[in-house]
Write a protein that binds this ligand. Structure first.
Ligand code: C5P
Length: 211
C-alpha cells in the first residue's frame, strides 16, 4: 500500500526568533512510519520539526507550519491508499508575523490568532480523498465520545484516541494506550511501547483496505 503519515508538531512563527507550537515529540507518527516501512509499504512522511530519526527508505517531506503541512498533504494524498494523521497541528497561528523581534515594552501583550486549516477535516471534503482515512484524537476527558464525534465529523474510517491527561502515557512518553474507534465498534489496546502499537496500527489499517 501507499501510506501517507503526518507526524510531529507544527511551528507557527510570531517573529524571527519565536513560535507557537504543540506539545508533540513525533514519536507515535515516526513509529508508525517505521512499522509501515518494515511491512514493505511505500511510506510518505510529512512531518513538522522532530528529533526522531527518519526511517530509511521512505519519502520524507519536512514542513514547519500547518499551512505548509496542508499544502504538502494536498499534493500527495491523491495517490495514497491510506492516510494516517498523527501530527499535532496548531489550531491557530499568529495573524501576522513581526519582521523584527518583538520588544518587551508594555506590561501586557495581546496576540491575535487566526484559525489554521483543518488538514484531516479537508481530506474528504476538499481533497476528495477516497482511501482509508485514520485520525488521532488526543483527549483529556470523554475520550470515546469525543473520538467518535471526530470520526463522524471528519469522515474517518478509524480514529485512534488516547487520554493525554495521564502522565504515564502519551506526550513525550515511549508508551501509549489506545482506543480504536470505528464507525460501528470500539476496541481498546492495552498500554504498550509505541513501536509495538505502531505495528498493530499498521495491521488494522491494512485490514481496512477494500479487498
Ligand atoms: O480536531 P482535532 O484537532 O482534535 O483532530 C485531531 C486529528 O486531526 C489528528 O489526527 C490531527 O493530526 C488532525 N489535525 C489536522 N489538522 C489540523 C488539526 C488536526 O490534520 N489543523
Amino acid at each position: 500500500m501507499k501510506i501517507l503519515i503526518t507526524a510531529g508538531p507544527t511551528r507557527e512563527p510570531l517573529d524571527p526568533v519565536r513560535y507557537l507550537t504543540n506539545r508533540s515529540s513525533g514519536k507515535m507518527g515516526y513509529a508508525i512510519a517505521d512499522a509501515a516501512a518494515a511491512a514493505n509499504h511505500h511510506v510518505t512522511l510529512i512531518s513538522g520539526p522532530s528529533n526522531e530519526e527518519v526511517p530509511d527508505g521512505i519519502d520524507y517531506i519536512p514542513v514547519e507550519t500547518a499551512e505548509e503541512m496542508y499544502h504538502a498533504v494536498q499534493n500527495y494524498i491523491g495517490k495514497m491508499d491510506a492516510a494516517i494523521f498523527a501530527a499535532a497541528v496548531s489550531d491557530y497561528r499568529p495573524a501576522s508575523i513581526a519582521e523584527q523581534k518583538i520588544k518587551k515594552t508594555e506590561d501586557t501583550l495581546t496576540l491575535e490568532l487566526v484559525k489554521n486549516p483543518d488538514i484531516l477535516g479537508s481530506a474528504r471534503s476538499k481533497f476528495s480523498y477516497q482511501g482509508v482515512l485514520v485520525g488521532f484524537a488526543a483527549e483529556t476527558e470523554n475520550v470515546e465520545s469525543n473520538a467518535r464525534a471526530k470520526l463522524m465529523r471528519k469522515q474517518c474510517d478509524l480514529v485512534i484516541a488516547n487520554d493525554v491527561s495521564r502522565k504515564d502515557i502519551g506526550f513525550d512518553s515511549n508508551e501509549n494506550e489506545l482506543l480504536l474507534v470505528y464507525p460501528q465498534t470500539t476496541e481498546s489496546i492495552p498500554k504498550a511501547d509505541k513501536h509495538h502499537l505502531a505495528h498493530i496500527i499498521i495491521e488494522k489499517v491494512t485490514d481496512l483496505q477494500p479487498k
